[in-house]
Design a protein. Structure first.
Length: 379
């Protein structure tokens, strides 16, 4: 069957809904994998790895090929976890009766696109590729004990996240730690060890701290999603964090995660670890405001006008919308911060001044566009 590059792009950017089995059967293997693993969400793994790569580059540890292999392995491992997640919930009967998961995207098992046997085959194929990437990381670092530990930890989380961790209200904490300080520090450490430049404790602490904002942003999506499906999970006996603490506490925890992410970045700028280029994250502030405004109120019983196409996601939709901009600005800020540090160019201004100027220009452009839209609206 022909390769559908358009679907690759679409599935990597948005969750796909599809009801027609014949349409599914015409898709190529990669399109099916991207849709089934919800790659629009799993791309956060690539974001984490990119952040680690830039931090390693500015410290003199970066090597592109090992970074690429590890990044692809982690991305595939995340997809593998989602395949197991769906298989486990389907087998336990959680995903039946129009459950939340089946409403926002394709669920091959529930919709009869795949059998359970086929799901396991896809899981094993993905798992083998991810495993081989991990083996490469072990070889590249000379079998370092810390990397062995991270490899084992990742394998355990992949196998036990859906059950029992998610049922014991540990899934949300795991999401924050893994896609924030653990993954970013882990990729950084692989590159440092492979470059024969072991990182000291202070260096790793700073990298872990730099990983906290993105980890919180990713966790905000997860907590928000579990808050969206709180009632369904409670009925199914799935003890997520929102189920355990209630909708109100979960909503304000999500707000705290969003605000602390900004606070940590600002702290790292003030202390000099980051330059003012990192303040580009403030351009995601409006989306954060929207998310916080929605999270201060209980979830509506049904989709508000104009939101029907996105329902049943509500809190998670706004958290995801914020994460896209926050993650993009976070990476752009780190990229610019790294480039002015490592490129053999005599810059006329310091990184902080250049970052401040870039932020100022961005604000002016934003004001101009806002004013232009208002003028057009009046006409």
């Amino acid at each position: 069957m022909p390769i559908n590059f358009g679907m690759w792009r679409k599935a990597s950017w948005e969750l796909i809904k599809m009801e027609d089995r014949s349409e599914w059967d015409t898709l190529d293997a990669i399109s099916k994998w991207l849709i089934a693993t919800r790659s629009a969400v799993t791309t956060v793994t690539i974001y984490s790895s990119i952040i680690a790569g830039f931090l390693a580059w500015r410290a003199g540890h970066f090597d592109f090929l090992p970074w690429l292999i590890v990044t692809l392995g982690l991305f595939i491992a995340h997809g593998t976890n989602n395949l197991l997640n769906d298989y486990t919930d389907f087998s336990r009967g959680v995903d039946k009766d129009n459950y939340f998961r089946t409403q926002y995207g394709v669920h091959p098992l529930v919709q009869g696109f795949w059998t359970k046997s086929q799901q396991i085959q896809w899981f094993l194929a993905s798992g083998v590729i991810a495993f081989l990437s991990g083996v490469y990381a072990l070889w590249y670092t000379g079998g370092d004990p810390i990397i062995i530990g991270l490899f084992a930890f990742g394998a355990l989380v992949l196998l036990f996240y859906t059950w029992p961790m998610k049922y014991w209200a540990l899934g949300e904490l795991a999401i924050f730690l893994i896609w924030g300080p653990i993954m970013i520090t882990g990729v950084y450490l692989v590159l440092a060890l492979g470059a024969n430049k072991p990182a000291n404790a202070l260096e790793l602490w700073q990298v872990a701290l730099a990983g906290i904002p993105f980890g919180l942003s990713v966790a905000s999506i997860n907590i928000a999603k579990h808050t969206d499906k709180l009632d369904d999970d409670k009925k199914k006996g799935v003890g997520t964090f929102p189920v355990r603490v209630g909708q109100g506490f979960a909503r304000y925890t999500t707000i705290a995660a969003l605000l602390i992410a900004y606070a940590v970045v600002i702290y790292l700028v003030v202390t000099g670890y980051f330059s003012t280029f990192m303040l580009l994250i403030l351009f995601a502030g409006l989306r954060a405001f929207y998310a916080v405004a929605v999270l201060t109120k209980p979830r509506p019983a049904g989709p508000p006008a104009g939101f029907e196409a996105y329902w049943p996601t509500w809190f998670s939709g706004f958290a995801f919308y914020h994460n896209r901009m926050f993650g993009g600005m976070f990476i752009l800020g780190i990229a610019l911060d790294t480039l002015v540090r490592v490129l053999p160019v005599q810059w006329p201004l310091s990184a902080n001044w250049m970052g401040t100027i870039a932020l100022g220009l961005g604000v002016l452009i934003g004001i101009y566009r806002f004013a232009a839209e208002k003028i057009r609206a009046k006409k």
